[in-house]
Structures are given as C-alpha cells and as structure tokens.
Design a protein around this ligand. Structure first.
Ligand SMILES: O=C(O)CCC(=O)C(=O)O
Ligand SMILES: [Fe+2]
Length: 335
C-alpha cells in the first residue's frame, strides 16, 4: 500500500489490492471458505438471504492477524482501528438473489468515516453475483436507509471487480453498492469487516485487542429530543407546491411502505392522481380504509379513557379538524 492507493480510495471510494494478505492468512481464508461451504450444505450453519449465522466468524478468520490490514486501516483512519462489525456475506444454491443499491452507514450510525473491508473466501465475480460499487458515490455523504435510485446517477461509474482469495477490496463506508442475481450458484463467500477510529463512539471494540474504556453511544440512532421523520407531510406538500408531483408521489409511497394505513399519504396520492386527470379510486379507497381503521382506534382510545370525558370528545374533534385541514381533496373530487 502506498500514498497513491490511499488517494484512490479517498477519491473513488473504492480500492482493490491484489494478493494483499500474508500467505499464511490467505491459506487460512481459503480453508475457511471451503469449510463454510461444506457446513452450509450440511445444515450446520444457518442462512437468511445473504447472511450466514451459527459461526464465530471473527474468531475463526482472525483478520486482525494481518499486519498489512492493520497498517492500511491505521493510515486510512489516522488512528488505532476499532472494530464495528465482522460478518459473512454469501451466495450459493440457497440464496443467489440480488441486493438493492444501498449505503451501509444508515444501518449502523456513528461517525461516517469508517473503512469497509471486503475479504473474499472464495472466487467472487460477476458470474456468482458479487458486489457492484458506485465509484465516487461516497462524495454525496450519508443518505437514508433503503433502495437508492441509481439510474439517476449515471455519473458514478459501476465497478464489479473479480476478487480471488488473498485479494482485498476497501470501500469507504459511504460508498453505495449492490449485487445482482448470480449467473451460477458457485459459492460466493465474503467477509465484511468495518473498522473505525477510537473517537467513534458507536463501538468500543479495539481491532484485535479487546475493549477500550470510554463512552459507547447506544443512542446513536436516536439522539433527538423528539423523533422527527425526515419524510413526512411537509415534504410531500413542498414537492407538490413546487410542481414536482412525481417526487411527492415517491415520498407518499415511501410513507405507505412503513405505514400502510397513513391517511395523509393516501390523500396525497389521490390528489396527485386527480391532478394528472386520473380517477383516483384506489387512493380514495385506501384513504377510506385507513380512516375507518383510524376511527376504530379513536373509538377504542375514547373507551380506554372515561367515555364521556372532555378528553374523549377532544380527541374526536381534533382528529376531524386535522384530517380536514390536510388536503383540499373534497373540492377536487367534486369538480
Ligand atoms: O452480499 C451481498 O451481495 C451484498 C450485501 C450487502 O451489501 C449488505 O448486506 O449490506
Ligand atoms: Fe451493504
């Protein structure tokens, strides 16, 4: 590893180093890959999508034994590497599907400056469904969880390098990646290790050296006084008033994925459809179904507190007012 490798990783968010690991460690990885393949087929290890469980992969692989890896991580992080994660990612007969384009950071939190290390334990290539990285995508910073609409970003070159045991692929933790369905079902086994600096308060595990003292922020996903979802009614309205109904539609559909009975999202979709000159029957039906679920909830909230109390009456009228004020749908419907 030299300065230009580091510069490549920083600039493109991706770096492949061939025959990177020491020979004895490469041999350990090769044997481990063969054993994992056998154990999966004999049912000794469990599969869930691309994930493998039932094995202490950190204890078996001992990636921290690699001086080359430690040195590289120290230079990239500017600090003693700490270990956030060691996991196995596998494709084979049991799972050969695709993995949508995403960024890993929002699933883990903490400091964004982390190093993702992909270590092949078998051949990993386009043929057996290996990972595609979107070069330079890390320059956009942290994004939300979920599928990224990569078709909108042709400026980020797609790179699906062939990897062999002994090679390593370093990625910035913010670099978007995906994997396509495999063309054959040969074992594709990768270890992913995520390393971060000591000052990153989301984990206290020192790479290969126990635990440090010091704070670990268990609340890294929820530092806010109140949780404010980043996608909500206001954003839908903003896009609608800005003449971007397609974006508003995307927001509303996203809300419905989490909350299928969200009245506001159904009403927004109805309004967008009627704006396009379509008859928004399914969306109106969705809103009506969601409303009836909501009124049943209001009724049970009313009985949960004293049925005749002023609070109970307050719940119903506030709810009505709030819904009436959300979208001006009645007027459009009667046009
Ligand atoms: O194993 C794969 O193909 C991709 C897995 C991945 O990127 C993830 O689980 O975050
Ligand atoms: Fe990922």
């Amino acid at each position: 590893m030299n300065d230009s490798d580091l510069a490549t990783l920083r600039a493109s968010g991706l770096l492949v180093c061939r025959s990177f690991f020491e020979p004895e460690i490469t041999e350990r990885f090769r044997e481990l890959g063969l054993r994992i393949g056998r154990d999966v087929r004999e049912g000794k290890l469990q599969r869930n999508g691309q994930f493998v469980s039932g094995m202490d992969i950190a204890g078996e692989a001992k990636v921290e034994d690699s001086a080359a890896l430690k040195r590289f991580a120290e230079r990239f992080l500017g600090d003693a590497p700490h270990e956030l994660l060691v996991r196995l990612l596998m494709k084979d007969e049991a799972f050969g599907g695709s993995v949508m384009p995403h960024q890993d950071w929002p699933y883990f939190g903490g400091d964004t400056r982390k190093l993702s290390v992909f270590i092949p334990l078998s051949h990993c290539g386009f043929d057996n469904g290996s990972l595609t990285f979107f070069e330079r995508s890390h320059t956009l910073g942290p994004v939300e969880r979920g599928e990224i609409d990569v078709a909108r970003y042709p400026e980020f070159p797609r790179n699906c390098p062939d990897l062999e045991v002994g090679d390593v692929l370093f990625a910035d933790f913010l670099t978007w990646h995906s994997s396509h369905a495999c063309e054959n079902h040969d074992d594709r086994i990768l270890i992913q290790v995520v390393l971060q600096s000591a000052s990153d308060a989301c984990c206290a595990k020192v790479f290969g050296n126990g635990y440090r003292d010091g704070p670990v922020s268990l609340y890294r996903f929820s530092p806010m006084l109140r949780a404010v979802p980043s996608v909500g009614r206001d954003l839908i309205r903003l896009f609608m008033s800005n003449g971007q109904p397609e974006e508003a539609c995307k927001m509303a559909l996203g809300i419905l994925e989490d909350d299928p009975d969200n009245v506001m999202a159904h009403l927004a979709l109805a309004e967008i459809a009627s704006g396009r000159g379509e008859i928004p029957t399914p969306h109106i039906e969705g809103a009506e179904r969601a409303l009836s679920i909501l009124s049943a909830k209001v009724a049970s909230a009313r009985t949960a507190i004293a049925p005749e109390s002023p609070q109970a009456a307050g719940i119903s009228s506030k709810m009505r007012d709030a819904l009436a004020g959300m979208f001006n749908l009645g007027a459009r419907r009667n046009r």
